[in-house]
Design a binder for this molecule. Structure first.
Ligand SMILES: NC(=O)c1ccc[n+]([C@@H]2O[C@H](COP(=O)([O-])OP(=O)(O)OC[C@H]3O[C@@H](n4cnc5c(N)ncnc54)[C@H](OP(=O)(O)O)[C@@H]3O)[C@@H](O)[C@H]2O)c1
Length: 362
């Protein structure tokens, strides 16, 4: 069932806050099932009953040799993979699917490096893989998924389309093209990569995604880099709320206001550049001090900050040790004092890449 917005929130002249407030009251029972503290319950039934080891044992000799080839380059063997790390909890999405609480970002990895990282990640327990037309790696992601040998039903694969596909038909074609490159018969989520307001077509793009959802071709639909004003426009036009908005987000670019809007709408926030890419965030003295105290790495502290607030981070890593490390953030917590201290790092909304600027987006 689509998460439709009732007529009561369709009044164009009302404030964003009022409109999104209505969305909450009209949808809370239908979509959120939020607990009293606002956190989404994990859906036990949707947790992977993973047995990656059995799957790997069921691989053909050819596949095993291929994995061994990748493993050699990665100075590891398939036997060293820790399958116990594979139970990643999930968050419920508006349109009934559920999303792992942490995933793998694949940009800027290409070809063999991308394939190897995706294969290793899936075999290590990652279940959410993020790619995009723009990354030019959908084929490699698809190969990595197939080589990993984990059942498709356990995976959450998402991709995104560019501005050239911002039309109802364009989105259908972009979806077919992503499926072809990935070698899949469906995606778990398809997303509009950037709103590109200068083009003025993102509402049509959203209508294209709604069509895919209505036809049952995709399990969830999302947007990326959409500001609350963009969200308002697509919801007003269609009455359909995005399952996910993927935005630039890390403790120093904390995006407090957009996140509050997402929470009211029932939209899950995904974080790109969740560990700050090359910004130096991982070397910040406060992050290092907390990491040393908790015997964790700086990246793990940053990723824990996300998952503890029901944000889904998609860190990119090409190093097997980092891939493994980044997944291990579900066995410890940051204290209220540590979370409060990290709030001081926020540089405000102005530090985020502005998706209203013509130079940003594709
Ligand atoms: N929607 C959008 O517009 C948008 C924009 C940008 C990115 N994204 C998505 O978000 C994903 C993640 O964002 P991002 O790549 O910009 O930044 P990020 O995940 O915050 O940082 C990636 C960098 O951190 C390094 N790294 C990973 N794990 C580490 C660890 N445990 N310790 C130390 N260093 C570590 C990686 O190194 P190595 O590469 O050497 O392993 C890479 O240089 C992308 O891959 C992409 O899927 C989306």
């Amino acid at each position: 069932m689509l998460a439709l917005v009732t007529e009561s929130m369709a009044g164009g002249s009302r404030s964003l806050e009022g409109i999104f407030g209505s969305a909450v009251s009209s949808h809370r029972e239908l979509i959120c099932n939020a607990t009293d503290n606002g956190h989404y319950p994990e859906t036990e039934s949707s947790r992977p009953n993973n047995n990656g080891l059995e799957q790997r044992q069921a691989m053909s000799d050819n596949e095993t040799n291929h994995v061994a080839g990748l493993a050699t380059r990665w100075a590891m063997t398939t036997e060293t993979i820790d399958t116990t790390a594979s139970e990643i909890p999930r968050l419920r999405l508006l349109h009934g699917h559920s999303i792992p609480r942490l995933g793998l970002g694949t940009w800027p990895m290409l070809e063999d490096e991308c394939e190897a990282a995706v294969c290793f990640a899936v075999q290590s327990g990652y279940r959410l893989i993020d790619t995009a037309f723009q990354y030019r790696n959908e084929e490699a992601v698809g190969r990595g998924i197939r080589t990993a040998g984990v059942p498709r039903s356990e995976l959450f694969i998402s991709s995104k389309f560019n501005k050239e596909s911002h039309s109802i038909d364009g989105v259908q074609r972009a979806y077919d093209e992503s499926l072809r490159k990935l070698g899949l018969d469906h995606l778990d989520m398809f997303m509009c990569h950037w709103p590109v307001p200068a083009l003025g077509k993102y509402v049509d793009a959203w209508k294209g995604l709604v069509k895919l959802l209505e036809e049952g071709r995709v399990k969830a639909i999302g947007v990326s880099n959409f500001k609350p004003s963009h969200l308002k426009e697509i919801i007003d036009a269609t009455g359909v709320v995005p399952d996910v908005n993927q935005i630039q987000l890390s403790p120093d670019i904390a995006r407090t206001e957009p996140r509050a809007v997402h929470r009211l709408l029932g939209t899950v926030t995904e974080a790109w550049s969740p560990i700050g890419r090359s910004s130096g965030l991982r070397a910040h003295p406060m992050i290092i001090e907390i990491a040393q105290r908790l015997h964790k790495s700086p990246a793990q502290i940053l990723l824990r900050w996300h998952v503890q607030q029901d944000v889904v981070p998609i860190p990119q890593a090409s190093d097997p040790l980092w891939l493994t490390e980044n997944l291990s953030v579900f066995d410890f917590s940051l204290s209220a004092d540590e979370m409060a201290a990290m709030r001081q790092l926020d540089k405000g909304e102005g530090a985020a890449r502005d998706s209203d600027l013509p130079e940003n987006g594709h």
